[in-house]
Design a protein. Structure first.
Length: 405
């Protein structure tokens, strides 16, 4: 059977942590089918590219995936993005000349280019939306609708969003809530939608990969450790998480807050000091992907609080499946993607309903009084929602439906 030529477009870098966790594993799984000849076109940030290029190249070569890198342009705002779109159009035109059966687009910027190719050349594309992009920019206070230019850009992307949903061969939503929201818009000729969340690499994030690094990290045997995993900023409510920790310290003076992040530690410590929390009770540690299970594994509990705004209906926190797959219980808030449903099935008592000290105290009284959530249920729920194998199979179903068996 003749291989179908697929181009995967991403405005994120494959050498970024996100690219390694949320792009590579899927494409490797799809390429194992042998029916598809995949070429990745990605925008790489110089620092990450220099550090990780050879490792990624070797992985891709071993799976017969081609990789074209374009340099991500950050400044000046707006014009840099327009320049990157031009570079992507030029690259895609070259690939079209060698034959192109399907364009798989991650998020909105790349889909702008694929939409033009669909209208001009009838090339089918997948709109892998990853969230409500324009609304995220507004909710995250990146675009102000009081600004004439940003309001124009917002309206432009909201109008293109409808076209993406109508012209795409398939749409991928991260959440059932996002899919339902789109369904309520009643768009004519809307493409089919399949829900595929941010899946977890179950080969890496499993209990047997947890090494004993507690003393190496400087924790005492009796420390009560609450962890936070990933980057800080925009959506993640650092002030509220520190308020929670401050309440926890009243009940548990031996509590430690462990940030597993590559973000600037000074930004976190400045907030810690402003809350009058002793910095000796805070640990900030970057981690390689391979060490993540071990670092997360020292936690008694993990926490993330996310702004429950409109755009977050379509969000699937990557960290959730990774933490749950290790059997670690999570304290998180309602109103984000499918989080409520997942928590209700595994650890409903730990779902924070509002950001008040009274609600924090309810959860803290629970976790400091011999509360032992069922690890087996947590891991099984993670497998049910976040299995990478299941995610890959869903992508294969979409490819098969578009390109034929």
């Amino acid at each position: 059977m003749k291989e179908k030529k697929v181009v995967f477009l991403t405005y994120d870098g494959i050498t970024d942590p996100l690219g390694q966790s949320q792009i590579l594993p899927y494409l490797i799984g799809i390429s194992s089918k042998k029916n598809y000849k995949i070429t990745i076109v990605s925008f790489e940030k110089t620092k990450n590219h220099l550090q990780n290029k050879e490792v990624i190249l070797n992985i891709l070569k071993s799976h017969n995936i081609k990789w074209i890198t374009l340099k991500y342009t950050k400044y000046p705002p707006i014009f840099s993005t327009l320049w990157d779109i031009y570079k992507l159009k030029r690259t895609l035109n070259k690939l079209k000349n060698k034959g192109l059966d399907l364009i798989h687009c991650r998020s909105y910027i790349t889909t702008l280019v694929a939409l033009g190719f669909k209208k001009t050349y009838k090339t089918p594309f997948i709109f892998d939306m990853r969230g409500f992009y324009a609304d995220e920019r507004v909710d995250g206070k990146i675009w102000s609708l009081d600004n004439f230019i940003y309001k124009k850009i917002y309206n432009y992307f909201k109008s293109k969003e409808k076209e993406f949903l109508q012209y795409s061969a398939y749409t991928i939503s991260l959440t059932t809530k996002g899919k339902k929201e789109i369904g309520s818009w009643n768009l004519p000729n809307q493409s089919k939608i399949k829900v595929i969340p941010c899946c977890t690499d179950e080969n890496l994030f499993q209990k047997k990969n947890i090494q004993n690094v507690r003393s190496k990290l400087g924790f005492n045997k009796d420390d009560f450790i609450i962890s936070y995993v990933g980057s800080i900023g925009t959506w993640y409510m650092l002030d509220e998480m520190l308020d929670f920790f401050k309440c926890l310290q009243i009940k548990k003076p031996n509590a430690k807050f462990f940030f597993i992040t590559k973000d600037d530690s000074q930004l976190i410590l400045e907030k810690v000091k402003s809350k009058k929390i002793d910095v000796s009770n805070i640990k900030i540690q970057p981690s390689s992907r391979e060490m993540m299970p071990s670092y997360i594994g020292v936690s008694n509990f993990s926490i993330f609080l996310i702004l429950p705004v409109f755009s977050k209906k379509a969000s699937s926190p990557t960290k959730m499946g990774e933490i749950m797959n290790l059997g670690i219980p999570i304290i998180c808030n309602s109103g984000v993607g499918d989080v409520d449903e997942i928590m209700e099935k595994s650890m409903p008592e730990l779902l924070v309903k509002d950001f008040s000290n009274k609600e924090y105290e309810r959860v803290i009284n629970l976790i400091t009084n011999n509360y032992k959530p069922n690890q087996k249920t947590i891991i099984e729920t993670s497998h049910s929602y976040y299995s990478l194998d299941k995610g890959v199979e869903k992508y294969k179903e979409v490819y098969k439906e578009i390109l034929g068996k």
